[in-house]
Design a binder for this molecule. Sequence first.
Ligand SMILES: Nc1ncnc2c1ncn2[C@@H]1O[C@H](COP(=O)(O)OP(=O)(O)OP(=O)(O)O)[C@@H](O)[C@H]1O
Length: 604
Amino acid sequence: MTDETVETTPGRLGALKGLLNNSLISRLLREGMNEQGWLYAIAILAMLVVALTSAATAWVMQRIIDALGHPENHAGVAMVSITVMVIFTVKGIANYTQVVFMSRAGNRIVARQQIRLYQKLMRQGVGFFNINESSDLLMRVTQSAQAARSLIEVVVTSMVRDLLTLFGLICVMVYQQPLLSSVMLIIGPLTMIGLRYILRHVRVIMEKEMASLSEIIKVIQETSGGIQIIKIFSLEKRMNRRMEGAVKQVETRSNAVARLEAITSPLMETLSGFAIAGVVYLSAFGAFGSEATTPGQLMSFVTALLMAYEPAKRLSRMRVTIESKMVGVRIMFELLDQPETISEAENATTLPPGPGKMEMRNLGFAYAKDKRVLRDVNLTFEPGKTTALVGPSGAGKSTVLNLAMRLYDPTEGNVLIDGQDIRDVTFDSLRARMSFVGQGTFLFSTSVMENIRVSRPDATDEEVYEAARAAHAHEFIAKLDEGYETQVGENGTFLSGGQRQRLSIARAFLRRAEILLLDEATSALDADSEALIKDALREVTKDVTTIVIAHRLSTVLEADRIYVMEDGRVVEFGTARELLDHGGVFKRLFDQQFGGSGGMQGVQ
Ligand SMILES: Nc1ncnc2c1ncn2[C@@H]1O[C@H](COP(=O)(O)OP(=O)(O)OP(=O)(O)O)[C@@H](O)[C@H]1O
């Protein structure tokens, strides 16, 4: 159930949301208990002992006071002293055990949830990352697991230790002063009324605080990624203002939550103060004299009353704390429960090695509903041949590659490799057959060597050098301070655009896959480098099914077949020669680039 579905009936909103929350809490507890059951069992046992020893502390006050009234009874005084020592020793050990085991269980929950969240992200398709901003994901993964931990801690501690302690102390109170206790039991619950007001606000404020936190992360990310543009266009002031706005919002909201949480203290304190004052007053005037009260009993009662204050306060604030943590837990489960945008078939098989023929049959595709990007596209990529996709910007060429790699599933039609629908095979076996160089050259923040080797982790150093030579990257790598061990910086900041592209090409060469996809793979290179890499490509792609996308038509003139795309459709195909003779879209694009027949040399 989502909040939108509930929103339609405002009257029932609160109740339904409460239900949703409760089911989330029980799910969180169930999962927590299932995974860390024994850690919690020990902690809960220790809490039980804490509760018992707390009640015993109050109870023993009677013995202390009464024993002090009879100092001549040495054995009695000694017995009371030993009892006090035992109670406090056991309480100390139980407290320690409870804290240590609760923390262990909590830390493990944070660790496991963060891993679960990350694994969930890994299973998501590319489409998921298009619609979920990275700052939001960062916030969810880092904050929400902590919230889950705190929530379990609050619920378990309050429901077990505080509730039992309170119960034990009330028993002592009733035992020692039944009449006075009944007065207290009436006043106590009155404090709960004030809390209803507070609860309503906490959740709303926390939701806004999370959104502002996400905005802070986004500003920092954009600052880091776009620092050049920020400086060149003097956007510093604007970015500062954005940051100040987001930080201010978090500050204001944190203050509001703190105010609401803090209000519970004076509420409880004032009422407790009134109650204690009342007890002292009534006792002094012997209002309860008929109960034959000894000073020890009265002292024991007052001690129990004072000790009950802390657990009662925590219990009364439990809902407020739960509400504030609930927001984090909800966004965590939302992420964990999101359907995967693309997934392997249940009985997916392994795509066996083969010649690497790829066919696309009647493909239709839309990234967003009702916005068709491909229509009835039929393409055949022959094994061992080079096929080019050309056409104006936005025609859908990169989308074809996205579907070939199964980063998305087509909305109509299918993609076949060696006759097998790629939806029926495992991701690993599909992608093992492919290699890719894209428009954006992503590099990891590690060494040059590791960046090339990601495509084939078991490659030897010699194989990496060989791939780098083929991509004409070896020369510049050798000149770097630490050669192949040079760190490239975040996304290759320390390298030029052309150098980054050469590393991407080396990475693709190293993979030695049967199908090679090149999307503007040489666009960042100068004409000389491009010519060199074209030679290397000729060598590397000899027996490889190669699909090339390039705006510079000079790159594709030698292709065995060229498909021309326009507005999501294939409008022409053939060799460069055939297409030029045909005099259609390709001829128009060719003339735009080469100005008439100026570039006809090289056309097969
Ligand atoms: N991730 C995406 N989400 C939504 N729409 C997208 C996405 N990627 C591309 N599009 C849209 O799909 C259409 C085709 O884009 P595509 O990148 O396939 O074109 P292209 O022919 O490769 O263009 P270019 O030559 O400029 O790279 C465009 O209209 C584009 O706006």
